[in-house]
Design a protein around this ligand. Structure first.
Ligand code: ZN
Length: 184
């Protein structure tokens, strides 16, 4: 297993839609193991494949280290599709490993349904609410090439402007491996 460098806001791959996985082969399994190691090393609760520079429709979620969610098993989502968004929305403060140190209030659907493939290529469906729904929606956004700044109002985006510029230039303190500026 290996800890992979995490892509940072401004890296092109984070702005692009990811591609479907055709089959869950050994490379996919190795990627997933590396993604879990990378996410845990950075104390994250969710990670999308393009956050480690891989252009695939995969994300992982592990809430088991979050208070009150200890019984939740880590979940792998391959080729996910959100099939239902509740009309009810909630505003929750989010962070992102590709936006180090940044926090912002984001409004999203409170409950969702999602279909995806598991690592045995079986179709799974999950209904989620609260923190789980929130992390899933955040990670699903990564697969669409969207990030927190794309989901906040212009006023908040304006306030984040300087912070986003510093992140892009990697002028922030980050205690996990990230991609270098050269990759931009
Ligand atoms: Zn993120």
């Amino acid at each position: 297993m290996a800890i992979l460098p995490i892509t940072i806001y401004g890296d092109k791959i984070l702005k692009e839609k990811t591609k479907s996985v055709n089959n869950v082969d050994g490379n996919t399994i190795e990627l997933l193991q590396n993604m879990f190691e990378t996410m845990h090393n950075a104390n994250g609760i969710g990670l999308a494949a393009n956050q480690v520079g891989i252009d695939k429709s995969i994300f992982i979620v592990d809430l088991s280290l979050s208070e009150g969610y200890e019984k939740y098993k880590p979940i792998v989502f391959i080729n996910p599709k959100i099939t239902l968004y509740s009309d009810e929305k909630s505003v929750i403060e989010e962070g992102c490993l590709s936006l180090p140190n940044l926090r912002a209030d984001v409004e999203r659907a409170s409950e969702i349904k999602i279909q995806y493939l598991d690592t045995d290529e079986n179709i799974q469906e999950l209904e989620a609410s609260e923190l789980l729904a929130r992390v899933i929606l955040h990670e699903y956004d990564h697969l669409l090439g969207k990030m927190i700044p794309d989901r906040v109002g212009d006023d908040i985006k304006q306030k984040l402007k300087n912070e986003l510029a510093s992140i892009k230039e990697r002028k922030v303190k980050i205690d996990y491996p990230i991609t270098t500026n050269k990759k931009l």
